[in-house]
Design a protein around this ligand. Structure first.
Ligand SMILES: [Zn+2]
Length: 230
């Protein structure tokens, strides 16, 4: 696991298959996404590497319910009792322990395969259900409420996905999985709709950010993000 200082107040923890982020906000430490199952210790180690302690965590925000973003939420909440913020659909899904949207094309296809080839429970479709209450957020809300990260509905990759805009000096766009920058910068796989995802990318490109970060791959400049979003 690598800890990258994106700006003075924002850190990327590069876990084996996904990035999660720490924001050192005046109101307390914010964790954005929680990695797949088994990531708690790595995340806590990352927090210590930034000079903070896991007990400094004050907020958790989930961008979407996919297992690589939400899989360690239950374990983290077992150690630190902090409020979790997510979109209404995401909140509903993680309380049931569902990581993939019911009714999505891919899910129906996978369930068909499972029925055809035996009763294999595909682990990545599920997470440990979240027992504590989840605070639902809508477009325009801020977490925390004063000078916080602004919630942006960002459907397309999944319908429940949110992105976040942090309007500080080096302004950040947390683009979640709307795009990825692994081998190259491109729109991420759209489980809901590629067309809706492209609309989301255009919407995100209009925010006055300096740096965009993703769930998968390295940060990019606004200029490169704009080029990709067309
Ligand atoms: Zn995803």
């Amino acid at each position: 696991m690598e800890v990258i200082e994106v700006t003075k107040y924002v850190f990327q923890l590069t876990l084996p298959i996904v990035n999660v982020f720490l924001v050192d906000h005046p109101a307390g430490l914010i964790l954005i996404d929680t990695g797949p199952k088994g990531s708690k210790d790595l995340i806590f180690e990352g927090i210590r590497q930034t000079g903070k302690q896991p007990e400094d965590l004050k907020y958790i925000i989930l961008t979407h319910a996919h297992h690589d973003h939400s899989g360690s939420l239950a374990a983290i909440l077992g150690s630190v009792n902090v409020p979790v913020y997510a979109s209404a659909l995401c909140a509903e899904m993680i309380k049931k322990g569902i990581a993939f949207e019911p009714g999505s094309k891919v899910l129906s296809f996978l369930l068909k395969l499972i029925t055809l080839f035996g009763l294999i429970r595909l682990q990545f479709l599920y997470i440990e259900p979240i027992k504590s209450s989840v605070r639902t957020v809508q477009e325009g809300d801020q977490v925390p409420a004063v000078n916080g990260l602004q919630i942006i509905n960002a459907p397309g990759h999944t319908s429940e996905q949110i992105a976040l805009f942090y309007p500080v000096k080096e302004a950040l766009l947390f683009a979640a999985d709307s795009a990825e920058n692994l081998k190259s910068l491109k729109p991420a796989y759209a489980y809901q709709s590629a067309k809706i995802n492209l609309q989301t990318l255009k919407k995100l490109a209009a925010f006055p950010f300096d740096i965009a970060v993703f769930g998968h791959g390295n940060r990019v400049s606004k200029e490169n993000f704009k080029k990709m979003s067309g």
